[in-house]
Ligand binder design. Structure first.
Ligand SMILES: Cc1cc2nc3c(=O)[nH]c(=O)nc-3n(C[C@H](O)[C@H](O)[C@H](O)COP(=O)(O)OP(=O)(O)OC[C@H]3O[C@@H](n4cnc5c(N)ncnc54)[C@H](O)[C@@H]3O)c2cc1C
Length: 412
């Protein structure tokens, strides 16, 4: 059965979050863009109350044992989450990225053991706001994660981590705020290539973990992005995500486990892009309406004006991205492997947001370029969705490899 409707539950949640986005996020968007790296405390505290409730549901869903033989009623947490993120990003993507939680949390949720989920996820259901960041990128290892040089070495009952990670989202909050943690990708054996790369959880307060630089950025300026240095950081042995075994024979199987995090996070990045794109389209249509320009739907392309064609192309791009995103989430909710679909959603949404926001600025002329309004900001903010969590080109490479059944070595 194919069903493109969202449930009543999701629709109600969407409406509620939309009100918050409109009344709390939009009015604060410009201020936190201008005051880069200023923590929006009121917003964070308010969102935390709501996040805790949502985290509880996610925690229960991710720790619930699968019942053999009994068909499970599929959850809708991921589809719900994507819809919530779309609304929040419609409000303001920079502020949305300040919400407690983070990619490190998604990593533990995707690949952590039940003990690790208990130790690192339960804390996100109670207490004060906290963050779990994800540190993969290095100066010479971004798209090419196999080039990671940060190291992890066993020393008795500990792993010892060394290296420098750049562009870590929510990194400062994760390092400095109590109960935060950073999931760090490091190699146990450089000679093993990808098979040697594992992820490790480094908790707030671990000696040797230091924030050394805050990044000044084009967009999502409210969001904290930083460099973190790890110098002889000692962490317990069971803070490794997945197996510590380095299987040189099948050099990709261990790495696939680490990469599984992206199957969960890429659709959410796509959802965020869709929210920003929708903000831009809504704005353009409202402006046209004020000027008495109606967009006519369902007429022959030969009779369309150039503006009508532009707006309908923008909407079609966004809707295609949304449907791909919902499909990737729908699969996740059914515990189906969605690696291909997650990359499709992310690649399409990254491209769509870039096209849509640039076209919106173009259609609005000086209104689009002026800092009086948010359109120029959406163009700056939107671009990040085509960069982080795998650039557009990298996601297209992944899609091509999967469809053509090529290995990484056959298609680089
Ligand atoms: C605001 C922000 C927040 C970020 N947050 C995080 C975070 O929380 N954690 C984290 O670990 N990282 C984070 N990053 C880093 C981000 O994931 C990387 O920048 C991204 O993966 C690209 O890597 P790179 O910068 O090394 O670029 P490169 O890999 O050097 O790529 C440069 C260009 O070359 C293209 N390219 C590279 N390889 C190929 C290829 N084989 N075929 C075709 N084209 C190719 C890329 O698509 C890109 O256009 C963040 C970045 C930014 C800007």
């Amino acid at each position: 059965m194919i069903d493109f409707e969202i449930s009543e539950n999701i629709a109600n949640m969407k409406n509620m979050v939309h009100m918050l986005a409109e009344n709390m996020m939009r009015p604060a968007a410009r201020k936190y863009d201008e005051e880069e790296h200023q923590k929006p405390l009121d917003f964070i505290n308010m969102m935390w109350e709501d996040s805790k409730r949502r985290n509880r549901a996610r925690f229960e869903a991710s720790t619930k044992p699968k019942q053999e033989g009994k068909p499970e009623k599929p959850a809708e947490n991921s589809v719900m989450f994507a819809n919530v993120i779309e609304e929040l990003s419609w409000g303001d993507c920079g502020l949305y990225l300040c919400i407690p939680g983070g990619l490190g949390v998604a990593a533990v949720e995707a690949v952590g053991t039940s003990d690790q989920k208990e130790r690192f996820l339960r804390r996100f259901t109670e207490g004060e706001p906290k963050w779990g960041a994800m540190a993969i990128t290095e100066a010479n290892a971004g798209s090419d994660t196999a080039a990671i040089t940060a190291t992890a070495a066993r020393d008795g009952d500990h792993w010892v981590l060394n290296g420098e990670k750049i562009f870590v989202t929510s990194g400062k909050a994760a390092v400095q705020d109590s109960e935060g943690f950073v999931v760090v990708w490091a190699t146990l054996d450089r000679s093993a290539g990808r098979a040697g790369i594992k992820s490790f959880i480094v908790e707030h307060g671990t000696p040797g973990m230091t924030v050394t630089k805050l990044e000044k950025k084009l967009g999502i300026r409210a969001s904290d992005t930083c460099t973190i240095v790890f110098e002889d950081c000692r962490i317990p042995l069971d803070n490794i995500l997945g197996s510590s075994e380095v299987q040189k024979k099948d050099s990709t199987s261990g790495f696939k486990g680490v990469m599984a995090t992206f199957d969960a996070t890429r659709p959410m990045v796509a959802a965020s892009a869709i929210g920003i794109g929708r903000a831009a389209i809504d704005f353009v249509k409202e402006e046209f309406e004020k000027q008495g320009v109606q967009i006519r739907y369902g007429i022959s392309p030969y009779r369309m004006t150039a503006v009508e064609r532009d707006v309908q192309q923008m909407e079609a791009n966004l809707q295609a991205a949304r449907l791909l995103t919902w499909r990737a989430c729908w699969m996740m909710d059914r515990r189906m492997r969605n690696n291909l679909e997650a990359s499709m959603a992310k690649a399409k949404a990254g491209l769509a947001i870039t096209l849509v926001t640039q076209k919106a600025v173009e259609l609005m002329g000086p209104l689009g370029y002026s800092r009086e309004l948010l359109l120029e900001k959406w163009m700056r903010d939107g671009k990040i969705n085509d960069l982080f969590e795998g650039t557009g080109q990298i996601n297209m490479l992944i899609i091509a490899r999967r469809i053509l059944e090529y290995t990484r070595e056959q298609l680089k």
